[in-house]
Write a protein that binds this ligand. Sequence first.
Ligand code: NAD
Length: 254
Amino acid sequence: MTLRLEGKRALVTGGGRGIGRAIALAYAREGARCVVTSRRLEDLEETAAEAPNGLVSAIRCDVSDSSSVRDMSDFVNNLFGGVDIVVNNAGIHAAGRFLDIEPETYSELYEVNVVGVVRVSQAFLPGMLERGRGSIVNIASTAGLFESPGQAPYNASKHGVVGLTRCMALELAAAGVTCNAICPGFVDTPMLDGFADLVGAESEELRSRLAQRTPMGRILDPSEIANLAVYLGSDESSGMTGQTMAISNGMRMS
Ligand code: NAD
């Protein structure tokens, strides 16, 4: 049986936990060799240890730091001789009333959630352009598609990721490189524990409140996001670019 990502080389940022870990493990199960990066090496090593056949390697990298991204891309390019799939998943969240959130919080989120996508994509695109193929998968959010209460900086940054995805797709299309965005709704990851802390709720109580806001009445498992990321990284999606796809338990319908 041919695996869907056999022979592909992938990079997943923020791959130490949550959605990024689920994507890296799904990629490895489909035969891709994968490097996971994030700020905490311990988490990354856990992801690598869970992967089948040693297909996942770990390297520390802060996507908000250009020299850290350069060191990481040198390491990955030496290890693999380039990558076929870049998953820009690393992201941070903030919550609070608009009037209470300092402007600096916007800069902090923009540096990671938007400029982080730019830094990592620019580091790997020259190789993709040379080979005339490649897939960039940006993890945005439904917060990049419509308003979300008490999350102005996060919402603004994820709208940025959606806009960036479309502009990148347009410029890269003729070279055979695709760029698409996945917009998850509420996903059961450690990010929701941070969200609960920010709004002063218990983690389980917040999860149940968020579930009630969705037509399906539940939050998502990270594997449900990984399934789409496998498709977008595979040749099955070779004709698709510039798309923003919501997986949101029905919160976003179009
Ligand atoms: P998470 O907090 O569980 O994991 C985020 C990962 O990104 C961590 O490994 C963290 O170390 C890494 N990271 C954060 N800042 C980084 C930096 N500067 N450099 C490198 N790595 C960094 O979050 P998650 O829920 O798995 O989220 C993954 C992505 O999905 C994020 O972009 C997030 O905005 C998006 N998202 C999450 C949800 C959700 O409900 N969990 C919903 C929509 C979108």
